[in-house]
Design a protein around this ligand. Sequence first.
Ligand code: FES
Ligand code: FE2
Length: 451
Amino acid sequence: MADVMTDLDPENMPRSPGLTYQDLLDQDSRPVPDVLRLQSPKDLGHREYPVSRYTSKEWHDREVEHLWLKVWQMACREEDIPEPGDHLRYDIAGMSFLVVRTETGEIRAYPNACLHRGRMLKEFDGNATELRCPFHGFCWKLDGSLSDIPAGWDFPQIDHATFSLPSLPVATWSGFVFINPDRHCEPFDDFIKDLAMLFERWDLGALHKASHTAKIMQCNWKIAQEAFCEAFHVNATHPQILYNLGDVNSQVDVWENCARVITPSHTPSPLMEGSVSEAELLRSIMGLPHDAEVPPLPDGMSPREFLANQRREMLRPVAGHLVDEYCDAELVDSHDYTLFPNLHPWAAFNGIVYRFRPNGLDHRSCIMECIMLAPFSGERPPSAPVRWLAADEKWSSALGFLGKVFDQDAFNMPKVQLGLESTYQTGIVLSGYQESKVRWLHHKLTEWVGE
Ligand code: FES
Ligand SMILES: [Fe+2]
């Protein structure tokens, strides 16, 4: 039975004692945009979701059939294939697709398979004037129409006019290229409309891909993804950032195809029970030793405003007037959105994008990626290539401070997989509010995949 999702009254529902995120916004030094004033908490019940969603090959096979082969999914950035002939291989759940920029600048997607005897057309990303199969040399133009069959006299059954590569649905939004393996899928505009409404103010298409890091993680893709869907784990997994992160002040909002968790920064965790002084907060944010002098703040200025101003000046050379239009909350907080099933674009200049997907047909490992988007001035810099981390390479070797936090998250992941393989429980237990993005993900999975 599908769960029912109903609206909750944000003013009258269980929440952490102390400041709400909206209270913090009231203290912002700049006008706060309407999109941050929206609140969309949902009641998704308190049911447990089956452990088999993480551990069972049978569930994974159903996920492939009913989700990955049916849903709109981000394949790449437009800037990854800027020139005619640029092509990129996108693999999902044992299938491979080719995303191609044609002569006219259009983006097309094809199954990465030759129509002769099925060899994959391209193993690697690159640029080509045509799509020629390395096995026997059948060749298609970039637009998918057939251009050549070696010894074509031997294939009288083939009609050249119709022997084209099957074109799959493609759409773009905010610089991302989406494909759908299902040629009878729902219109992309319907699929993206909630997220597009929420991002009207932030054009991620105007940012460039500054880095792209990927690693195979030894856990189901949902275990990795769910580690980034709530701030509740910060107290146990990342205690070092409690001094300056309002973890349980987070606001969680759910719409149909997307959800968000906004976690305020530069404010101490309510779990520290008022024991953090302003100096400790500033030292923690600035990474200073515990006895270091901290700069005095101008009269009446909060640490959030002070640090937002610092960030404004840092970004001004590349982001221009936008830094003055954005409020403090946009400059300092974590605005983590998730588009079902697996894309996490952060808002404003957060610049972070996560993607999680199964590693081929193995339901006990996944591919976790972190793309960093950044503002730029002048000509768009070239798109950063993917850097694959080896099994023994840490996220911090590629992503600095953020990577250190990831390493703490990553340390949990295989242990969650093993724990779920070993548990005598039949379901996972979720909190009502703070973990409602995880609950929303499972609510959607029930809709798409079943129980
Ligand atoms: S399999 Fe591609 S040309 Fe034969
Ligand atoms: Fe984390």
